[in-house]
Design a protein around this ligand. Structure first.
Ligand code: SAM
Ligand code: SF4
Length: 330
């Protein structure tokens, strides 16, 4: 008898085909909205997935219907032997994507070309060098900017991730839109989200409507673009611009209805949602040689409909019990 192929489907019928893997909780930047001021307790080396374990888990998820894998962190490019890992993952036949701060991107652009990794999300919260030092506590702006230009020269699909914070970079919204005039890139504005230790307060956030109002003041011809089914952003462009812009409105307009995402932390815990407080350990059973397909398929059944149950508002008792973003993998 033909057994039906197992899929990762939650209790709301949402099929999960998109996996985000955090390769490390280490990072060469210290963005204040991501990394708590006092730092984090770094994962013990032995509790971090080895490259072979990442490949094996990825293969298991691929066999369960995952067709897209995004590598993230921490900073994924600081992971030792990253080149080997990405080449092996490319052999799985999934679409590979990466989210990076771009500092080490030049080292891997040739390899990305070779294996067909084209989609790069790159964090760049400001176009002002001094402000970049304030946000990231490091001085890498020029290097990151040059790497963005290199990626664009190679026709990579570049999205700039911008977490908007009032009084920090909210006055730069239209400078970022200006980048899209002649460049084939997307600038993606992300609403500031709460995680353990990041001193979140929505009065510091900039919401979707405010962003759209600001853009329309300077660029009256904003066109709404089609949003792919599982898109976590709403997409727009200014008429006549080569590039586009997007808004990730997790706080003011969550997009959970069609969520297809699962996350694995660098220590091998499956998270059903960015805001999930409960996690499922995949690494321990994997190390014991246990069958993990059923563990994954069962774990997704505990997924809540929206923001891990914070349907109406973000609740500090809830998000302070989550991890810090740097150790989740955004
Ligand atoms: N280091 C890589 C980078 O910065 O692109 C990948 C990891 S980082 C955690 C992934 C994304 O999460 C980045 O685009 C970052 O801006 C975003 N992020 C981190 N903390 C956030 C927060 N509190 N609210 C919204 N986005 C956040
Ligand atoms: Fe590092 Fe990315 Fe977090 Fe910045 S946002 S501290 S680059 S992991």
């Amino acid at each position: 008898m033909n057994e039906e192929k197992k899929r990762i489907v939650d209790n709301f019928g949402r099929v999960h085909n998109y996996l985000r893997i955090s390769l490390t909780d280490r990072c060469n930047l210290r963005c204040f909205y991501c990394m708590p001021e006092d730092g984090i307790e770094l994962m013990e080396k032995e509790s971090i997935m080895s490259l072979e374990e990442i490949i094996e888990l990825s293969r298991t998820f691929r066999d369960l219907g995952v067709d897209t894998i995004r590598l993230t962190g921490g900073e994924p490019l600081v992971r030792k032997n990253f080149g080997y890992l990405v080449e092996e993952l490319a052999k799985l036949g999934v679409t590979l994507k990466i989210t990076t701060n771009g500092i080490m991107l030049d080292k891997y652009l040739d390899l990305f070309q070779k294996i067909g990794l084209k989609k790069i999300n790159l964090s760049l919260d400001t176009l002002d060098k001094a402000k970049s030092v304030f946000i990231t506590k490091r001085d890498y702006f020029d290097r990151i900017w040059n790497n963005i230009l290199k990626a664009l020269e190679l026709d990579m699909e570049v999205k700039l991730n911008i977490v908007l914070i009032k009084g920090v970079n909210d006055k730069e919204i239209n400078d970022f839109i200006g980048l899209t005039k002649d460049r084939n890139l997307t600038v993606k504005f992300i609403e500031f989200m709460p995680f353990k230790g990041n001193k979140w307060d929505w009065s510091k956030g900039v919401g979707k409507q405010e962003i759209l109002d600001t853009v329309s003041e300077k660029f009256p011809n904003v066109i709404a673009l089609e949003n792919p089914k599982h898109s976590t952003s709403t997409n727009f462009k200014v008429k006549g611009h080569v590039g586009s812009f997007a808004i990730v409105s997790t706080i003011t307009n969550p997009f959970c209805d069609t969520c297809n995402r699962i996350r694995i932390t660098a220590d091998g815990k499956m998270k059903n949602c960015l805001f999930a407080n409960s996690e499922t350990d995949l690494l321990t059973p994997l190390r014991k040689g246990a069958e993990i397909q059923d563990i994954i398929v069962n774990a997704i059944k505990t997924k809540k409909y929206s923001r891990d149950g914070m349907d109406v508002k973000m609740d500090a008792d809830h998000y302070e019990n989550n991890r810090s973003m740097i150790s989740i993998g955004g």
